[in-house]
Every structure is written in structure tokens, then in C-alpha cells.
Design a binder for this molecule. Sequence first.
Ligand SMILES: [Mn+2]
Length: 321
Amino acid sequence: MSQTSLHEFADLLSGVQRVLIVSHVDPDGDTIGSALGLAWALRKRGLVANLACQDSLPDEVGFLPGVEAFRSDGPADEQLVIAVDASDLRRMGRLYAEGGLGPRPLVVIDHHETNRGYGDLNLIADTPATALLMLEVVDSLGVPLDATIATCLLTGIITDTQGFRTSNTTPQALAAAQRLMEAGAPLAQINQWVFSRRAAATLPLWGAALTNAALTEGVLWVELPFELLRRNGADGKTSSGLVTFLNTVREAQAAVILADQGDGIIDVSLRSKPGVDVAAVALALGGGGHPQAAGCQVAGEISEVRQRVLAAVRAAVARAG
Ligand SMILES: [Mn+2]
């Protein structure tokens, strides 16, 4: 991230008292941890930092300090909006779509390579997690790390690297994790919260999905009918864990979940083995993400959406050879 954009961000902040930090829809540990880490840092600088997310927060981030302050509506008296870990405007959901952000400047802090820079100021770089960018931002603001900020940021890194297991786990990510641990972030406890707290209610859905998953031309895919999702009280987190698990199957080059939301929208979750780029597939269908983990929402009838999505994923597998 350029020093110039970090300076521009500091300049913008010096002219405001109140900011709204927005996390993306279907939130994960990176968008929530990074937003909270920034909020705590800005508060140390004397600003009022409010937090918003359209959707309710997953259990995996329930332990983060200050997480209860998230609200679900858009900006009110805040003078600046900061979008965190959101690869495009639509990832802010109705916080953007309904009221809009008004005349306030929008700052985007994000690490998705599909992000085209939709803010007035864009702090975007290809890093394993937005939390790594946030650590740079916090440093540039001259705020010393404490255990609260460090816990929030380490949660972002752990979430997006699947506990330092993904191919994008860089030495830089490990160095940042070391600093955050030294500042008081409890690594083992965060891992426990993020990865080992599956609700018993998810098991019937997983059972049905695993039974019905089909492997064709290197693509392991399953449809989740609306009725099945509704009966099991499923949310986005369910698909995310499930599709990651499907992708562990040795014969699969990519894994796909098509979740029928019941309103004419199919929620598509994509994972792949290194070399197969599902971010490109998601982007072409109006979504976004990372080469090995991406998603999109496609309007249409499920069988027709399935054909489109599977054809695109098979093409990505074929391109990888
Ligand atoms: Mn992220």
C-alpha cells in the first residue's frame, strides 16, 4: 500500500470527528476483525468510530471485544464511511443500496484482487487478509498496538488463511501474527473460536449435502434446495464451511455449492485447488473473491443457474490443465 494513500487517509481523518466503518454482507472474521481493529485504533485517536453490517454476525466472531456495537443501518451523523474487506459496493448490501452513502467521502480498505477501487480513496493491496492492511493503517496512524486491537486483527488473518494453511499464507502474514501475539492476541483461543464451534443444527444439512454431492469432470458440486436450508435454519456460514470441506476431496479440482435462497436468487460458493481460478468465474457472474475462494449471487431458476455456473467452473478447471 502506498505511503501517499496512507497519508491521504490520515488527512481525511483529521477533518472529521465521526466515522462509520462498514463490514460486508454475510460477514466473516476478516471483515469484522479488521473493522473492529480500526474502530479501536480510531477511538484511541479521539474519534467516534461506529460500526455497521447489514447481516447479523456469525458466532465465530462473538468473542471479539466491542462486537456488540455493530448496527444494521447505514450512516446517520457520521462524516466519513469506511468500507472494510468489501470487493465492490454491493458487498455493503442495503447499507449502500437503500439510503446510499450520501455526500460523505467513502474510503475502501480491501485486499480482494477483483476490487476495482470504488471509493473516493482506495487502500487496496493484494495481501492474505484485509487485517494485514489494517495493521499497516494502524501503524501509520501512530496508534500503538494493544491486546484489543491485536486480537481483532489476528482473527482476520486466521480466518482468511484458514489458520495459516492457505497458499496465500506469506512470511508477511506470519510476521504480522508474531507482532499481534506479542501485543497480547491469544492465538490458540482465536483458533478455537473460529474453527471449532460448529452448531449441532448444521449436521443434518451437511449430511444431506454430502450424500447428494456429485463429482463431474473434476468439479464436486451440490445443490441446496430452499426447503432444506429453511428446515435447518442455515445461513451463509454453513455453506462456507461446507464448500471448504468439499474442496478437501482429493479428486475435486473445484467445489461448488448452489444454495437456493427461495427468492429467485441462487447463492453460489466456490472453492478450488491451487491453479484453478474461481475468482474469475465469480467475477464474470457478478461476484468476486480470491482465486481459491469466491462467490456470487445469480438470479434465475436453479437448474439454469447450475448449468451456467458448472460450465464456467469446468472451463476454469480445463484452463488450469
Ligand atoms: Mn478478507
